[in-house]
Design a protein around this ligand. Structure first.
Ligand code: FAD
Length: 322
């Protein structure tokens, strides 16, 4: 089933999650443990992130460094297939432009189609950690919209090789990212919104937002989207703050503001448990208000930790959400 079909069901679950693949060398069991903890809340779907390559340097002799290219969290496609099989749940692999030629992207999409994945989130992807700015592969896409175009083409049976005849079509439902507080590279919010509208006009069927900690940012963003003719579902992404260091890390990594009231609550906390409670209470209130205002579904960024999300889901939904 596609995400839009799920969201169109009147009694669909108001709970969805994003998971990170485990670090290379770790077992998939950590993903299963997270899923086992969250399945009682009947998630509508599960997103699985994609992580591009990084450069690591290893000393191979005195003053001699060897540069290696590694993917620290491989396994996105395999995890999606495994979760669909084990939990009979719809999965949404993230597909990124960075590090892929268009040919490799096409082949990855064919793999996804063959394992029965019906949904993808099309993203540009982050820059390589040691590089300041995003650089596309020599034969890859520069913006998410180019990826959307390629997926839309494949849905029509248009492959890169024009000589292929009688090709099969895919039927991917495409989601894209949106930024209530603006993408950090966009010169201004209006410009960012124009590109978001382009992604939707080219075929994206829903938007998942970057995390935000002030619901007003989301509500304003939705209003601005609607005023500008973006009429697809806009799924709010939220994440509980759980440590005091996140007061500076989250703004730095995700380019989001933390409201004064939340900052004050965390600063007033005397123990780690109190900090965690302040973050979980805040996120619970965010979730309740968003649900009251009729959002398509909540989307929790679990960041590899199920417990805070389980705690919030318990407070918001009890054991079995509607
Ligand atoms: P784009 O839509 O391409 O936008 C990038 C920037 O360029 C924006 O400033 C936009 O305004 C501008 N722009 C867009 N199109 C054009 C154009 N045609 N011409 C000129 N300017 C343009 N990263 C990962 O690496 N892996 C993940 O799994 C992942 N998952 C994510 C999930 C969500 C829900 C979100 C919100 C983000 C995720 N990210 C992930 C991070 C994301 O890849 C980065 O934020 C990236 O910098 C931008 O991706 P995008 O798809 O929004 O890019």
């Amino acid at each position: 089933m596609t995400i839009t079909e799920i969201l169109n069901q009147p009694d669909h679950s108001r709970f969805s999650i994003e998971l990170l693949p485990p670090l290379k060398g770790q077992h998939i069991d950590s993903i299963y443990r997270t899923m086992d903890a969250l399945m009682p809340f009947n998630p509508a779907f599960v997103d699985v992130t994609y992580h591009r390559e990084e450069y690591v340097y290893r000393e191979v002799g005195p003053g001699l460094l060897q540069k290696r290219t590694v993917r620290k969290r491989p396994g996105t496609v395999g995890i999606c297939a495994a979760l669909m099989n084990r939990y009979e749940i719809e999965t949404v692999p993230h597909i990124i432009c960075g590090g892929f030629s268009v040919e490799e992207t096409e082949n990855a999409l064919i793999d996804l189609d063959f394992v029965g994945v019906r949904n993808v989130l099309a993203l540009r992807g982050d820059a390589i950690r040691s590089e300041g700015r995003f650089k596309a592969d020599a034969d890859g896409h520069t913006y998410a919209i180019d990826l959307v175009d390629q997926i839309v083409d494949l849905n029509k049976g248009v492959y890169l090789d024009p000589d292929l005849k009688n090709t099969t079509t895919t039927s991917f439902c495409i989601g894209v990212a949106g930024y209530p507080e603006k993408h950090f590279e966009a010169p201004n919010p209006d410009s960012d919104l124009r590109w978001l509208k382009q992604k939707v006009d080219h075929g994206a069927e829903y938007i998942i937002t970057q995390m935000f900690f002030d619901n007003r940012r989301y509500f304003d963003f939705v209003d601005r989207c609607r005023d500008n003719g973006i009429d697809v579902p806009i799924i709010p992404g939220i994440k509980p703050l759980t440590t005091a260091t996140q007061l500076s890390v989250l703004p730095q990594v995700f380019h989001v503001d933390l409201p004064d009231e939340l900052v004050a609550a965390v600063e007033a906390a005397k123990t780690k448990d109190q900090v965690r409670e302040a973050g979980i209470s805040w996120c619970t209130r965010q979730a309740e208000e968003l649900l009251d205002r009729g959002v398509p579904t909540l989307h929790f960024y679990t960041m590899g930790k199920a417990n805070p999300t389980v705690e919030i889901a318990r407070r918001v939904f009890g054991h079995v959400p509607a």
